[in-house]
Design a protein around this ligand. Structure first.
Ligand code: F6P
Length: 380
């Protein structure tokens, strides 16, 4: 019998965090289960900092469905298996996961819901090996969590990017310019690819296809020769030229086991090179955190609600240590063991790195085929 459950939201925020929290909470309340929220992701679990969640009266979870962000915060740099602590004036990394395990036992939490991407689910799986009941819910605007077809937050990010592309179209057309839009996507180009299709872009450069800038330039020149003196180009922040490197803005020391290197500059680089090669003026816009904030789309509200209620259903059935997923378009779940793939060592590099078991764009995917059919240049 479940009595008490707790939720933590971890990693970069997305629109839909609150909708998942609400769905878990409502399903819990409807089944007589108490629901708590740890504040600021795994950091809250480590510090045992939590609140009771409630949708009744003026409870803290009233009216949160359309609200961006997370009412219980989130953290992008709290790997409890390699946590930064000061020792003799020096920063060292320690495995503090046993403190988390003790807190969960002390608080008598029967199941912990971990809302997050690959790093979050890697730590969740590692906690499950220490005897904690966990259930993961796949979040990230990058849409790159393994074993599921879609993560919550992704659809909102694509919608924001498509809207930006519509706006760049009219200004680009007016001034006969190449308009470059840099979108998020470190190791997976889903946002760039799907928003390019939704926004009618001419070129889309994604991390999975190292690009030849001459190929993109040819597309722009061909358009110019056909009387279209402007072009719209989408660049994923993780796109890189053939034989070249990813564009890094700054390397942040956010803790061992998590790669939080701040990417930046990929779009500007492409804009400068296209300007040189085509003779057209180019301008770059970096969409950045606009993709993560604000109200979720109706699609994300529904997806988040489905995920949250499924996660609680799994808990009620005692089906722990699984990730709620969408498979063949339907709600399902898989063991967290499958989600971490070969990254199995407890506390090993946890997420957002090339080693992570993430879901990348494959060349036989419908979106790639569609883009090619309608003439979107993918830089190859
Ligand atoms: O992982 C999701 C993501 O949106 C990436 O696309 C991006 O590189 C990263 O978060 C940036 O997050 P932050 O600056 O908050 O660490």
């Amino acid at each position: 019998m479940l009595k008490r459950v707790a939720i933590l939201a971890n990693g970069g925020d997305v629109s839909g965090f609150n909708a998942v929290i609400r769905a878990i909470l409502k399903t819990a309340e409807n089944n007589g289960v108490e629901c708590y929220g740890f504040i600021d992701g795994y950091r809250g679990l480590l510090k045992n900092n939590y609140v009771r969640l409630s949708t009744s009266g003026d409870g803290n979870a009233v009216g949160i469905l359309p609200k961006g962000g997370s009412i219980i915060g989130s953290s992008t740099n709290a790997n409890v298996f390699q946590y930064p602590v000061e020792e003799d004036g020096k920063k060292v990394y320690k495995d503090l996961s046993d403190i988390c395990v003790e807190n969960i036992k002390k608080d008598e939490i029967d199941c912990l819901f971990t809302l997050g991407g690959d790093a979050t689910q890697k730590s969740a799986r590692d906690l499950s090996l220490k005897g904690i009941n966990v259930i993961g819910v796949p979040k990230t605007i990058d849409n790159d969590v393994a074993c599921t077809e879609i993560t919550f937050g992704y659809n909102t990010a694509v919608s924001v990017a498509a809207d930006a592309l519509d706006r760049l179209h009219t200004t680009g057309e007016t001034h006969h310019r190449i308009m470059v839009l840099e979108v998020m996507g470190r190791y997976a180009g889903w946002i760039a690819l799907e928003s390019a299709i939704a926004g009618g872009a001419d070129v889309a450069l994604i991390p999975e296809i190292p690009y030849d800038i001459n190929s993109a330039a040819r597309k722009v020149i061909n358009r110019k020769n056909r009387g279209k003196s402007f072009s719209v180009v989408v660049v994923a922040e993780g796109a890189k030229p053939i034989g070249g490197d990813i564009s890094v803005a700054n390397v942040r020391d956010n803790g061992a086991g998590v790669d939080n290197t701040k990417l930046g500059g990929a779009g500007e680089r492409v804009a400068k090179e296209l300007e040189k090669l085509t003779g057209l003026e180019a301008r770059c816009t970096v969409l950045g955190y606009m993709q993560r904030g604000g109200t979720p789309t109706a699609f994300d509200r529904v997806l988040s609600t489905k995920y949250g209620s499924k996660a609680m259903e799994l808990a009620l059935n005692g089906d722990f240590n699984r990730l709620a997923v969408i498979k063949d378009g339907r709600l399902s779940s898989v063991p967290l063991e499958e989600v971490v793939g070969n990254n199995k060592v407890i506390g090993a590099v946890s997420g957002n790195t090339p080693e992570s078991n993430i879901r990348r764009v494959t060349m036989d995917h419908d979106l790639v085929k569609t883009a090619r059919h309608i003439g979107i240049n993918l830089g190859d």
